[in-house]
Design a protein around this ligand. Structure first.
Ligand SMILES: *Cc1c(COP(=O)(O)O)cnc(C)c1O
Length: 365
């Protein structure tokens, strides 16, 4: 090829997204496939979102607000911070990329767990930085190892809490020790995409006391608990100086007008959010019980998904589940060769997964 990138960009592997429903339905010529692979909200989103989006449609010949004034105000009130502490993104993926581009120069290091959400590595490399991957301790983030690996050229660390894909959490006291061992000029990016689902009261939630530490950047998203994955909107809460930098380098219209309207309506409907969370919790409990009854040992989880060792090649099992119309995620590319990740769906979807799994496993015998 004539235009070959060199440096870190040349080593980026393509992002593997969960298989889209429509692709499966096309391939297997089926209608009602079940997708439990991308940690989406099975209930969809609040009906108030639909109303707000429909209402905002006629204005879509105009550019959106470059700073979504009302949404930032509403998020600020919700978390008891100032609008100046909020940066919106085209999904929190956008914010991850903005942080990497703003704070990494060629050769600067960003530390992250291995395996991690792939966008950290992709964004760091795209910014010409060097990702340093710190293996998990079992299924937990190895905070002590991350702290030990900080060097003078480390500019940021990524912590995912709860952790994707294992569902484990960093506790409040663990985080305090960790933060105490990190130099004052290293950004601590805490990705809390799944925080809404956590039931463990000991979890470290950076927005319990927001902005106490100027190094901490919290990332949240409307994609998971609020059900707006397709709209693409996430937000970061951070020190005003960091927010100013990100706002300076982001595309002025990075969050489209429909997404802004959708997010405002979703945030305002906390009743729907609670219903979603309750459904997910019931789903997780059901899946845990069923898998345990089948003799498996699913990992404890604080997120809307769980990981389970299926004691056989996970990608083969994934493919056979596909032929039964169920999409889950093989964790082979994350280095867990015999693990699946399944997110909680509606009761019907959860049952469909268990039924398909039993069918597939009985064929093996
Ligand atoms: C899903 C997810 C996100 C959210 O991504 P969006 O771009 O906001 O849709 C961020 N971090 C992790 C770890 C995730 O799993």
């Amino acid at each position: 090829m004539k235009f070959k990138p060199t440096g870190p960009v040349a080593t980026i592997k393509p992002y593997e997204a969960g298989k889209p429903l429509k692709a499966l339905e096309r391939e297997f010529k089926i209608h009602s496939a079940v997708k439990l692979a991308s940690n989406e909200n099975p209930l969809g989103f609040s009906p108030k979102v639909t109303d707000a989006v429909v209402k905002s449609l006629p204005g879509m010949n105009r550019y959106p607000e470059p700073v979504a004034h009302d949404l930032c105000r509403e998020l600020a009130d919700f978390y008891r911070v100032a609008p100046e502490n909020i940066v919106l993104g085209n999904g929190s993926d956008d914010l991850i990329a903005l942080l990497a581009h703003a704070y990494l120069n060629s050769g600067d290091k960003a530390l992250m767990p291995l395996p991690s959400f792939l966008m950290y590595e992709i964004s760091v490399k795209t910014a010409k930085g060097t990702p340093v991957m710190i293996p998990l301790a079992g299924f937990d983030t190895d905070l002590a190892k991350i702290a030990q690996n900080i060097s003078p050229d480390t500019k940021m660390v990524f912590i995912t809490n709860p952790f994707n894909p294992t569902g484990s959490i960093v506790a409040r006291d663990e985080f305090a020790v960790f933060a105490g061992s990190i130099p004052s000029d290293v950004l601590i990016v805490v990705d809390e995409a799944y925080m809404e689902f956590v039931r463990d009261p000991d979890v470290y939630n950076s927005l319990e006391h927001p902005l106490q530490d100027p190094r901490i950047v919290t990332l949240r998203t409307f994609s998971k608990a609020y059900g707006l994955a397709g709209f693409r909107i996430g937000y970061g809460i951070m020190d005003t100086e960091v927010a100013q930098i990100l706002n300076r380098i982001r595309q002025p219209f990075n969050v489209n007008g429909l997404a802004q309207a959708a997010a405002q309506a979703a945030l305002a409907d906390q009743t729907f959010l609670q219903k979603s969370i309750d459904t997910i919790h019931q789903g997780i409990d059901f899946l845990m019980n069923q898998l345990s009854d089948m003799g498996f040992d699913p990992l404890p989880t604080q997120a809307n998904f769980l990981m389970v060792d299926v004691k056989t090649d996970a990608t083969q099992l994934f493919t056979r589940l596909l032929s039964h119309g169920v999409i889950v995620r093989s964790m082979k590319s994350y280095g867990f060769d015999t693990f699946l990740r399944i997110n909680a769906g509606t009761p019907e979807e959860n049952q469909a997964f268990i039924t398909a799994l039993k069918a597939v496993l009985s064929q093996t015998l």
